[in-house]
Design a protein around this ligand. Structure first.
Ligand code: ADP
Ligand code: MG
Ligand code: MG
Length: 495
């Protein structure tokens, strides 16, 4: 199936001579650890040490024009999602079936309805979002599309998903380009460094949090990071914390789990959120996006308590719901984006990046989608309402899963998505415990563009694009989570 997929050209000629490669890999691994491009080990966890995060030695080429398109469309997507998050009618009708069968989304929705009915205490939401895209190779039989070609094959951008909660890699994104800049310098390719675009994601995201903190308006109030019981992706979180201190030395960040919030947090008579004697101005969720983060009712109560508070949430519950896969699918239906955006140029720019998305409700369209999945499972990805990777179904498993659920209500908790076929790149993936020299492998990449939005149901106060990240995985893997072990840090080399 992969044979007719074109290759992207390499940024510099490979293979590198073996002795050069071995020394370079050793050196760049040390560079990565010593500059915080690292994670805690899952297999050998201890809070006292770090492993470097897997990375791609040389940056992957990315068509400049498509990169610019991804960057330019970000503020439009921010606006779209902000408006969707503030349409109770749309969220309610879109998620109606899903929340009946998907308990997790149902619980989020209950919190949403509760605070909407009570009257919202904090009208502002902070969105630190990430739109993920892949290039879709425009098929061609032309022989010059083969590996090592100078030619950039025809590709166009397609949206994978839009994240509104815990959009990570604000640090690991920028530092990936730093590793590769170092590598290109070591190899003497100084003139190539200009092809790595500037990336200020970390500062941009942290400035977003600080802007929300300033709007909250209490000099002593803190920024609260909601974290998992065990954090593997610690550098990505801590660098946000350290950057906030650097940008404003007076702002303190505290880290708490949902369980700790359930045990110790309270609302005072003004609905200010108080934990361990700190008043909370901004809540930044790096956890809370999967059922495992809510082991008991206590954690759900904690989420509701925070939602009822004056603290500015990133994300607010309506932003969280607006980021579900079901909402993404509903937005792709004909005429829906038009309900939220008025300018035709903006509408077209968004619709251009949508790929085929199908709901699985019990109606004619849903039945058609079921049939398509049964007929050609390889063409699709089946997705539940989950975040964090590892939840989707691919290939022939799509048919099996569909056969099992097609006559049950369970199917309405899923969406069916056209599988994007990205062009291939070739290069070296460097991973902890991996071989040196690393073999050349075939890979595919996923680009994420970060956005910052602050606003309420009437107005948008802040709407920015602030940077990017690129993750690359071996082409045979369905998913490329870096912490999960199949993906690696990378950055785009624009040509
Ligand atoms: P999550 O919220 O769990 O990250 P995603 O929708 O991003 O869910 O899916 C996880 C991964 O699955 C993506 O990073 C990508 O590698 C792969 N994937 C998802 N959708 C598609 C698609 N339509 N075509 C190809 N790969 C996809
Ligand atoms: Mg996601
Ligand atoms: Mg994703």
């Amino acid at each position: 199936m992969q044979q007719d997929v074109p290759y992207l050209p390499n940024c510099i000629p490979i293979p590198l001579p073996e002795d050069v490669l071995v020394e370079l890999v050793e050196k760049s691994k040390d560079w990565a650890i010593m500059h915080g491009a690292a994670m805690r080990s899952k297999t050998n966890f201890t809070e006292d040490s770090l492993n470097f995060a897997p990375f791609i030695l040389l940056p992957s080429t990315f068509p400049r024009q498509e990169f610019k398109r991804a960057v330019d469309v970000q503020v439009v997507l921010n606006e779209l999602v902000h408006r969707v998050a503030h349409s109770r009618e749309f969220l309610t009708s879109t998620l109606k079936e899903t929340i009946q069968v998907d308990e997790f989304t149902g619980n989020l929705f209950k919190i949403y309805e509760t605070v909407q009915d009570e009257g919202v205490t904090q009208p502002l939401s902070l969105g630190l979002v990430r739109n993920d895209v892949m290039l879709e190779a425009v098929r061609s039989d032309s022989p010059n599309m083969k590996c090592g070609s100078e030619h950039m094959p025809d590709c166009c951008l397609k949206q994978v998903e839009f994240n509104t909660i815990a959009s990570g890699f604000g640090w690991l994104g920028p530092v990936s380009a730093e590793i590769q800049r170092f590598v290109l310098q070591e190899l003497g390719y100084f003139e190539n460094i200009g092809n790595l675009p500037e990336n200020n994601a970390l500062a941009g995201l942290c400035q977003g949090m600080l802007e929300a903190w300033k709007i909250y308006g209490r000099p002593k109030a803190v920024i609260l990071f909601i974290v998992e019981d065990v954090t593997y992706n610690i550098c990505d979180q801590r660098f946000h914390e350290f950057k906030i201190r650097e940008l404003n030395p007076h702002v303190k960040v505290i880290r708490r789990t949902l369980t700790q919030i359930g045990d110790n947090a309270t609302l005072n008579s003004n609905n200010e959120l108080i934990i361990d004697d700190c008043e909370v101005a901004v809540i930044y969720f790096r956890a809370g996006y999967e059922p495992g983060h809510y082991p008991s009712k206590k954690e759900w109560d904690a989420r509701l308590l925070m939602e009822r508070s004056q603290a500015i949430k990133c994300p607010s519950i309506q932003y969280h719901l607006a980021g579900t896969k079901k909402v993404q699918q509903a937005l792709s239906r004909s005429g829906v984006v038009e309900q939220f955006l008025t300018e035709s140029k903006k509408i077209e720019s968004v619709k251009d990046i949508f790929t085929g998305l199908y709901g699985l409700d019990f109606d004619e369209l849903g039945d058609q989608a079921v049939q398509m999945a049964l007929d050609e499972p390889e063409r699709f990805v089946l997705k539940p309402q989950r975040e964090g990777g590892g939840n989707n179904i691919y290939g022939t498993d799509v048919r099996e899963a569909m056969l099992k659920m097609k006559d049950t209500r369970e199917r309405t908790a899923w969406i069916l998505m056209e599988r994007i076929q990205p062009p291939l790149s070739t290069g070296y993936m460097v991973r902890p415990g991996g071989p040196n020299p690393p073999p050349i492998c075939e890979m595919v990449s996923e680009l994420g563009i970060f956005g910052v939005v602050i606003g309420d149901s009437d107005k948008i106060l802040v709407n920015k694009q602030v940077g990017h990240m690129l993750r690359t995985k071996v082409s045979t893997a369905n998913e490329g989570g870096v912490a999960a072990g199949l993906g690696a840090l990378d950055s785009p080399y624009l040509i």
